[in-house]
Design a protein around this ligand. Structure first.
Ligand code: DAH
Length: 342
């Protein structure tokens, strides 16, 4: 028995070494025939189990089978190694090198701010609407209670494409378009580009983005208006930001207000950003003038509502502390990369 086991061990060692030493598939095949083939040494040893005394056979058989299985496994492994190409055998790339970053693009700060504002109003039930940039003077001015000879129209003297077609000066005309199409309740936010004959300097651009808002239903009050705007200010600028409604005038709202927020930089102390006032203006707004409802065919005795309009660029500048509006229009990807949310 001892003799049997030691021969088995010797065969396991020499067989393993021979398998590992084989350097080509046909060489390995020869080794296989020698060790595992029908006339091979292991096969003969296995047959020899029968000649051992009865009591020793189970242990001897088990040991012989273990050696056989281990040699077969080693053989299979070596066969796989020999049929693989050299590049598969050893990794040729250094997996510890840092990856090469790929430019995925980035959204413009105005897009980020637009999405964020629209998402906040979405929580209040507002949906996005859009309208054309080439707009008729009726929608841009007349429907909004602004006669063409009114001084408020002069202020927005702008780019005409034809006698009665203008590059829209604000997103407010979409109010009228939506109201003509849909019955109340209406709650919309309208992002989009607008055009004015403005100078191009640190705080003005002749084309810029706005977001318009409109809510119309039965029983909407000034309280709903103030609460909705204040909610937005808190959500967008932070809980500790104060909101101020200053009386103002717009032809399409009555009463009208300009909405200020406490200066984000000095928190109301007064600094250069807020020109010492402690406040920053963020939007025009008000209760929809009944004349606008009449112009679009809404019953102005039955419905009330509020509207607002804000410049997205201004708000992006406040949010990201961008000092010059022109950076929004002249910059390249190095500028854009800085603002993308994670
Ligand atoms: N359309 C105005 C502008 O561009 C902004 C505005 C003011 C929009 C009051 C409104 C509003 O909806 O109610 O200057």
């Amino acid at each position: 028995m001892e003799d049997f086991l030691s021969r088995l061990r010797e065969l396991e060692e020499s067989g393993s070494a021979a398998i590992r030493a084989a350097s080509a598939p046909d060489e390995l095949e020869q080794v296989r025939v020698q060790i595992l083939g029908r006339k091979a040494r292991l096969t003969q040893l296995l047959r020899g189990v029968r000649e051992l005394p009865q009591a020793q056979r189970p242990q001897a058989g088990a040991e012989a089978n273990r050696v056989k299985d281990s040699l077969i496994a080693l053989f299979d492994q070596r066969a796989a190694e020999l049929t693989q190409g050299p590049e598969e055998r050893a990794p040729q790339v250094d997996l510890t090198l840092p990856g090469r970053g790929r430019w995925r693009g980035a959204r413009h700060p105005c897009t980020l701010v637009t999405d964020e504002i629209c998402d906040i109003f979405k929580e209040l039930g507002f949906v996005r609407a859009r309208g054309p940039e080439a707009e008729s003077t009726w929608y841009n001015f007349t429907a909004l209670n602004t006669p063409l000879d009114h001084p408020a129209a002069d202020e927005q003297d702008t780019f005409y494409l034809a006698d009665d077609i203008v590059l829209r000066t604000h997103t407010s005309p979409v109010q009228a378009r939506v109201m003509q199409e849909w019955q109340p309740p209406v709650r919309i936010v309208v992002p989009g580009l607008v055009y004015r004959r403005d100078p191009y300097d640190a705080s003005h651009a002749p084309a810029f983005e706005q977001i318009e808002g409109l809510a119309v239903d039965e029983g909407i009050s000034f309280v709903d208006f103030k609460a909705s705007i204040s909610y937005f200010v808190h959500r967008f600028f932070g809980e500790d930001t104060a909101t101020r409604f200053r009386p103002s005038f717009f032809p399409f709202t009555e009463p009208s207000a300009e909405v200020d927020v406490s200066c984000l930089l000095c928190h109301g102390e007064g600094c250069s950003a807020c020109k010492g006032t402690g406040w920053l203006e963020i939007m025009g707004a008000g209760m929809v003038d009944p004349a606008v409802f009449d112009n679009v065919g809404y019953d102005s005795e039955r419905y009330t509502g509020f509207a607002f309009g804000m410049g997205v660029g201004r708000i992006a500048m406040l949010r990201y502390r961008i000092p010059d509006i022109r950076l929004l229009y002249e910059s390249d990807v190095r500028f854009l990369q800085q603002f993308e949310r994670a």
